[in-house]
Design a protein around this ligand. Sequence first.
Ligand code: FAD
Ligand code: SF4
Length: 555
Amino acid sequence: MMLSPTIAVVKPSSRIEAMPKQVFDVCIVGSGPGGGIATYALTKAGLKVALVEAGPRLRAGIDYNSHGTPFASLDQRLSKGLQPGGGNGSLFSDRRERNHFTGVGDRPDHGLLKALGGRSLCWAGHSLRFGPLDYRQWPISYDEVAPYYSRAERFMGVYGYKDGLYNMPDGEYLKPVPMRCGEQLLKRGVARLKQSGRKMEFVAQRKAMLTQEHASHRALCHYCGHCGGCEVDAKYTSANTPIPAALLTGNLTMFTDSTMTRILKSGNKVTGIEYSSSAGQVEKIECKTLVLACSAIETARQLLINDLANGSGQVGKNLTSHFGVTVIALFPELKSRDASNDDGTAYYHSLLTGLYWDKPNKNFEGTYQVQCGSGLQPRAMVVRNIPGYGASLKRELREKNAAHAGMNMQGSLLISPRKYVDLDRDRLDRFGQPLPRVHLNYEQNDVAMAQDMVETCEEIIRAGGGEVLSTPGKVTASKLAIDSNHWVGTARMGHDPKTSVVNSDCQSHEIPNLFIGDASVFAAYPEKNPTLTNIALSWRMSDRLAEKFRRGDLS
Ligand SMILES: Cc1cc2nc3c(=O)[nH]c(=O)nc-3n(C[C@H](O)[C@H](O)[C@H](O)COP(=O)(O)OP(=O)(O)OC[C@H]3O[C@@H](n4cnc5c(N)ncnc54)[C@H](O)[C@@H]3O)c2cc1C
Ligand code: SF4
C-alpha cells in the first residue's frame, strides 16, 4: 500500500467549526525533515500532535513535474514568471521563497520552501553520518546518536556501499549505486596520490532513495536524474513517509497553509501559538509542549521575535553552513565514449572525503568534502561555454560533457562573531513580523580552505590522467559561494545555559516545555551534509520528550 494518497489536509477554514477546543500534547511548527520525523515519532508514542505548516501540500507528479520536456509547458511557465527550464525546472527554484530575508556582508543566501515536507521535497538525498571525531565539541557522543542514525536510515531507505571509513561510519544501506566514468577516473587520481602518502578517500554517494523494496512501499528509483522533485516518491521526503504514517495513528491534526505568528507564554512555560491562515484569519492552538522545526534561520527568527529562550544571548549566534568553489575536469580518454543514458540519481554520485580528519592542515581549521559528479544529462549540461554554432557546437557540447567530471567543494564554514542571524526591524513580512537578517563575512580561514581544495582537486585530476577544464585559480572571498540550504547552529546544544540555548535533549534551558527539532541545535559542524543528523537528533529529541511526558514532567 502506498501511503501518500491517504493524506487528509485540514484547511484552516474547514477546521474551525469542526474541531472541539483541544489542548494538544505537542504542537510542532514546521514539517521539513526535522518536524516530519518528530511528528511520526510523537504520534507513534501516543501523543496528540498538531502539525503547523506555513505551506500547502504539494502532490508529487501533479503539483510538481520534473519529467516533462523543456518545451511542453513553456507558455504556461513563462506566463507564471518562471524560468523557461520546462519540465526540468526545479521545484526549489520555481517555488522557493524570495525577498524573505536581508543579507549583510559576503552575499549570504537563505533557502526556504514553504510546503508540507519543507525542503525535503527538493533535497538531493545525500545522507552521511557524522563521525566520532565530529562530535568532539558536542555534549553528546557519536555512540549516543548511532542508534538513531540506524533507525533513520532504515526508516528513510538509504542506499550506499559500506566503505569502512572511521569518521564517516557506515550505515544500514539498501543496494548501492555505482560511480560513473568521469568519477572512476577521479578515483584513479585519488588512488595514485594515496600511493604517495596523501590522506584522502574517494567513495560513492549514499542517498535516501529506494533501490530495493522498502517498508514504506514507495516506488523504486528508476534513475531518471530529476531528484530535485522526485515525482514518483522514490526519494524520501517528510511528505511521503513520516507524515502519512503519523496520520495513520489517528493522533495527528495537520494545519497546512498556516503560519505561526506568535508563541504564547505564561510564566516560564509555552501555552500555545497563534497562527495566521493564508486567508488572513488569526487562530490559536493550545498545547502542553512546543517543538520548533522551522529551519535554522526561521527558528532563530521566531525565538528572537518572541524574546524566548535567549537568556544566554546565543540565539542566532554560532551560525555556520557549507561553502565552496567548483573545479571541472576533462578526461580526453572519455571523449568518444558511448553517450548512453547515465543520468543516475542526479548529478553527484561520488565523494572525495577523509581530508584532515585527524591531522589538521597547518593553514586552516576544519575540513571540507568534495561532491563529485559526471554523466551526460542533455538538459543539464555542465559544460556550456563553448564557442561556435551548428553541428560543431553540438559535437563539442556532447564530447566535453561526456568527458567531464565536476568537483564541488563543501567546506565547513568557520564559526565567528561575524556570522550570525538577527532581526531586520525595518522590513516586515505580510504578517507584520521582522524579517531575519543573515550576516556572512568570510574569514581568512575560509579562503585558505578553499585554496587547498582547488590545489588538491587539480592534483587529483592530473593524477587521474585528466586536464583542468575550469578552476577558480587563486581564491578570494569574492569567489566563494555559500550553501543557502545548509545553515545550522543558531540555537546550539550544550550543558551550560550561559553558552547554549538547549540541553542535550534539545530542550530549552529556560522554557522546559519548549524543544527544537531542527539543525539549529548543532553544536559544531563538520563537512558532511546536515539532514540525516537533523533527522536522527529530532527522533532522539522526540523519544526524550515522550519519556518526559510519560513521567508527568510536561503534562
Ligand atoms: C536543492 C536542495 C538540495 C539539498 N540537498 C541536500 C542533501 O543532499 N543532503 C542534505 O543533508 N541536505 C540537503 N539539503 C538541505 C535540506 O533540505 C535541509 O537541511 C533541510 O530541509 C532542513 O530541514 P528543516 O526541517 O530544518 O527545514 P525545512 O526543510 O526548511 O522545513 C521547515 C518548514 O518549516 C515551515 N515554517 C517555517 N516557519 C514557519 C512558521 N512560522 N509557521 C509555520 N511553518 C513554518 C516551512 O514552511 C518549512 O516547510 C538540500 C536542500 C535543497 C534546497
Ligand atoms: S533518480 Fe530516482 S530518486 Fe531521483 S527523481 Fe528519478 S526516480 Fe526519483
